[in-house]
Design a protein around this ligand. Structure first.
Ligand code: HAM
Length: 411
């Protein structure tokens, strides 16, 4: 017998109830971000592998273990995008967006791919909504974006979420700090997990993220980057915090906040659901003031975030919206009229479904009940309108009157 076909591991089919909730979140995002001046934007689903290797960082888990990389027929190495920021920066450079009025504010929505071990809230194909503001280092952009993400999570019904916030400073301060941290870790090498020891030179910050008890004890006494920021970065961070305070958004400054991407400078943040288990990060982001330059563009600051839609849905208790429906039951002689009536109702913004599966009249009325129709039109030689709440059924003289009667019933 041939193998049963199934969706690939770590992927999911979006079924109608979820599809409706996704659309709802997409509409909320479009509205919130639109009001903030963010414009819709998108980049290809696959890119030159080099973009992510350089943009996301060669020592990150994403680049080392999680990329879906393949060769095209001309032998070029391509990768399914694991995140949006590097590609948006590539596009900013490619389209000369530094010539536009700054900041350039963009948002996008789409599928992303990481070859991770699937578990609740972690997929190999997942959906992100992403927002970026390029071309200005104004701290109000950091604060504005954080507020927008917080509001999106709330309005999607996925709150309450804990906001963690930190600053990573500039690459120079970070390099000096990393030397200090490496020296500290080397002093305590015997107490660290093997994984942390292996990554000590390449990525000592990951030690703050370790589950290993011995490492955690060592890290409790480790030097903190937040105490080593240079004055300009400390000032920037203080301004971001002051704006969040003014907006009365609660946050925790957490100097152990580690993001899984290498491009960050200054502000970093993450919203965590109080309802989810291990994969609790609903969304996160930060500033990346050197990334565009590293990708070959002019020195250009940037800040942004991405949120995982599947996780927002898991944490969300919101009911999917359901709109009132009209069902059109059809007697043989009324087929053409019913078809035209469905079109007329839809043109008027009313959700109308006609009989399309050969049911008996009894079966059709049952179907109207099943879909929760508020009104049913029975179309034969003439049209009758049935109020599904009271059961009352009345003839109408023509299609126009049918629409008016339906409008009354839908309220
Ligand atoms: P990230 O933290 O890697 O950041 O991903 C953002 C969000 O995407 C996560 O908080 C999570 O909700 C969701 N996510 C990530 N991986 C998975 C997965 N395997 N399955 C389900 N959901 C997932 C970024 O991607 C940065 N590009 C954010 C950013 C934008 N920074 C600056 N601008």
């Amino acid at each position: 017998m041939s193998r049963k076909l199934q969706a690939p591991r770590g992927t999911l089919d979006v079924q109608p109830a979820d599809g409706r909730r996704r659309l709802q979140i997409q509409r909320i995002a479009a509205e919130l971000l639109g009001r903030g001046g963010y414009e819709p934007f998108d980049t290809p689903v696959f890119e030159d592998t080099d973009l992510f290797a350089r943009g996301v960082g060669a020592s990150t888990d994403i680049v080392q273990k999680e990329m879906f990389t393949f060769e095209d027929k001309a032998g070029r190495s391509l990768t399914l995008r694991p995140e949006a920021t590097a590609a948006i920066c590539r596009a900013y450079v490619e389209h000369g967006m530094h010539k536009l009025p700054q900041p350039v504010k963009l948002w996008s929505w789409g599928p992303f791919f990481r070859h991770e071990a699937p578990q609740a809230g972690r997929f190999r194909q997942f959906t992100q909504v992403d927002a970026e503001a390029l071309g200005s280092d104004d701290p109000s952009l950091d604060a504005e974006l954080i507020l927008l993400l917080g509001e999106l999570i709330e309005r999607a019904g996925a709150g309450p979420a804990r906001l963690r916030l930190s600053s990573l400073g500039t690459p120079e301060t970070r390099a000096a700090y990393l030397d200090e941290l490496r020296a500290y870790l080397r002093e305590h090498e015997g107490e660290l997990s093997e994984d942390v020891r292996d990554r000590l030179e390449a990525n000592p910050l990951r030690a703050f993220d370790a589950d290993h008890a011995g490492t955690q004890v060592v890290m409790a006494g480790a030097p903190r980057l937040l105490d080593r920021l240079d004055p300009a970065d400390a000032e920037h961070f203080a301004e971001v915090r002051a704006l969040l305070d003014a907006a009365e958004l609660a946050y925790e400054v957490d100097s152990t906040l580690v993001r899984g991407l290498d491009y960050y400078t200054r502000t970093v943040f993450e919203f965590e659901s109080e309802r989810l288990g291990a994969q609790a990060a609903l969304g996160g982001g930060g500033r990346y003031d050197r990334l565009i330059e590293e990708l070959g563009g002019p020195p250009t600051p940037g800040v942004g975030w991405a949120a995982g839609i599947e996780r927002i849905l898991l944490a969300s208790q919101a009911e999917p919206e359901s709109d009132s429906r009209v069902y059109i039951a059809v007697l043989a002689e009324g087929r053409k009229d019913a078809f035209l009536l469905a079109r007329l109702l839809r043109e008027q913004g009313i959700r109308a479904e006609m009989e399309q599966a050969g049911r008996s009249m009894k079966g059709q009325l049952k179907q109207a009940d099943r879909i929760g129709a508020r009104a049913t039109l029975i179309v034969g030689d003439q049209i009758e309108v049935k109020d599904m709440d009271s059961g009352e059924q009345q003839p109408v003289s023509d299609a126009g009157e049918a629409v008016s009667r339906v409008r009354e019933l839908l309220g």
